[in-house]
Design a protein around this ligand. Structure first.
Ligand code: 4SX
Ligand code: FE2
Ligand code: CA
Length: 352
């Protein structure tokens, strides 16, 4: 593999990235995944054939927010970002070429044209696109919603060995760091970076990578997430709930993590906050603050699988990316067990 310096700032201007727009997941049994995403989670089918299903949320007007593709082993083949114009797609192409990354232009999915796919400096298959079919925005079709329906794609989360380097690379690309988790020695354990005016379009989580941690969809409000838990219970599917429901420390959002039939992690997320001003402050959490990932503690604490089980990502030929080990300490090295099993901070957050 060619070593690429992720901290290098290309002289090519960064493309104007609007938002995280869709993820492409490889699933092993398309009909089993269709049941999970369409019948249970209530995503809308834009288009489908025997090999692929294109899904979207109720607020969306572009062709899709999730592609399920049939394959031999679970993996992720694209993290796709929408850019502001077709010229920005060409800027992305030049920008990643200058970084030394592999770059391809083409039509990679239905409903999206003239896109660019790259293998980014951390090994992730990133796509940048502008041209896409407009489809019906079903935001007012309450008669078709199920009480826990998903409104938007909110963000991605990716595992990288070098969070600091990845945050610099993403800032060069025009992202702002809204929150991060650090220690007194300056190690960064995770960082949340954004282009749209919320807490993140993607999160950089420290660990052996590249791996996909999760893709998050927004619900309208927290009652929709609680209803989804009730629904999963009634469907006798409670074992697909991995973590939550709860309140994040980082982002202040209300959340639930599910595992799909292939083990891909899906987050349902709602009610984070506005970050759109240029001087929006970065909030740094101490890695020893046990409320950073679970504001309530108790039964919403992080479970070990949430840190250790992730999905492989593919290169542009469909091969699994090799894993590069994390060099810095990880959160599991400095906290006990997973999280919240013990309070490890210096007392400032925990008067008892
Ligand atoms: O676990 S954290 O509370 O740090 C967290 C995880 C915050 C926001 C997220 O979207 C997330 O996945
Ligand atoms: Fe998330
Ligand atoms: Ca404490």
């Amino acid at each position: 593999m060619v070593a690429i310096d992720p901290r290098y700032k290309p002289s090519t201007p960064a493309p104007n990235i609007l938002r995280a727009a869709y993820m492409e997941l490889i699933v092993t049994d398309l009909q089993r995944s269709r049941h999970f995403y369409v019948d249970v989670l209530g995503l809308i089918v834009t288009e489908e054939n025997e090999n692929e299903i294109y899904l979207r949320t109720y607020e969306e007007y572009i062709h899709h927010n999730l592609v399920l593709k049939k394959g031999d082993a679970p993996a992720v083949s694209a993290y796709a970002f929408r850019v502001a114009s077709q010229d920005d797609v060409y800027l992305a192409e030049a920008y990643f070429k200058e970084l030394g990354c592999e770059v391809r232009r083409g039509d990679f999915s239905k409903g999206v044209r003239n896109a660019v796919r790259v293998v980014d400096p951390f090994g992730f298959p990133y796509e940048f696109f502008y041209e896409t079919d407009h489809v019906e925005r079903k935001i007012r079709d309450y008669d078709e919603m199920n009480g826990s329906s998903l409104m938007r794609l909110d963000h991605f989360n990716q595992i990288v060995g070098d969070v600091e380097g990845a945050a610099i690379y993403m800032q060069n690309l025009g992202f702002k760091v809204t929150e991060n988790i650090m220690d007194d020695e300056g190690t960064t354990y995770a960082a949340w970076v954004t282009r749209k005016s919320t807490v993140h379009d993607t999160a950089l989580t420290g660990g052996d990578g590249p791996l996909m941690h999760h893709v998050a969809f927004s619900a309208g409000e927290k009652n929709n997430i609680i209803h989804l838990c009730d629904r999963l219970g009634a469907l006798r599917m409670s074992d697909c709930i991995e973590r939550g429901p709860g309140r994040h420390g980082v982002s202040n959002a209300f959340y639930l993590y599910l595992r799909d039939p292939d083990g891909h992690r899906i987050e349902i997320y709602t009610s984070d906050y506005y970050t759109g001003d240029p001087d929006n402050p970065t909030l740094t959490w101490d890695v020893h603050d046990d409320q950073r990932r679970s504001w309530w503690g108790g039964t919403s604490q992080v479970v070990l699988s949430w840190y250790t089980e992730n999905s492989p990502v593919l290169d542009l030929d469909g091969n699994v990316q090799p894993i590069r080990p994390r060099e810095d300490k990880g959160e599991l090295d400095v906290t006990v067990g997973a999280d919240g099993f013990i309070y490890t901070d210096k007392g400032e957050h925990n008067p008892r």
